[in-house]
Design a protein around this ligand. Sequence first.
Ligand code: CTP
Ligand code: MG
Length: 227
Amino acid sequence: PKVIAVVPAAGIGSRMKAECPKQYLPLADSCILAVTLDVLLSHPAIDEVFVALNADDQFFAQLPQAQHPKLHQVIGGAERVDSVIAALKQIDDAVSWALVHDAARPCLTHADIDKLLASREQYPQGAILAAPVRDTMKRARKDGCIDTTVPRDALWHALTPQFFPTATLLPALEQAVQAGVNVTDEASAMEWAGVAPGLVSGRADNIKVTHPDDLPLAALYLAHHRS
Ligand code: CTP
Ligand code: MG
């Protein structure tokens, strides 16, 4: 079946407190979004890439990737989930699978994409890249002191890409939003729909650039991957 990448890139990056949306901040001789798109566009198993952009976007047209024959632009929405829904609505092939990946995660490797794509046999309902939690986890009381230690073995960081059949993903996202669920990733909508997505162990350095101190880390990880 066809595999389509969906890249939500319509956010404003408020926590980054930069002059421009964070996906356009410089990274490795280009910018975060360009690095992310290159990883997806250069993967042989990804047929097409749909990027969701802010309606006011003034930067994307300048990227060399803007003219790539595998790339399609769509206008995103108010929340991340709205941007993903907008992109999925452009994909009419009912038999395809969507690989949804944050623009703000430029350190994704082809090896992790391969691992997730291969998980389709084990998890026909879909799966996500995730990383086991490393620190001891505490649940806080209202007063800021520790209530209890939460067993770590069952806890994972949800990463992207998240990989689902489009025929089930789009209705799950739309219905979860309609029901008022806080849909912060694709898996949360699938969970709400009664599906248990697979957890595929991925690299912990596939970080989401969120705060200013994440950017030098991403640059370091990228340089390390490329060395
Ligand atoms: N995103 C999107 N549409 C939105 C909001 C976010 O496509 N309405 C995208 C972002 O561009 C980013 C990804 O979703 O690639 C993850 O979101 P996040 O890290 O929260 O980015 P921002 O929303 O831009 O940042 P912030 O929450 O700090 O404002
Ligand atoms: Mg956000």
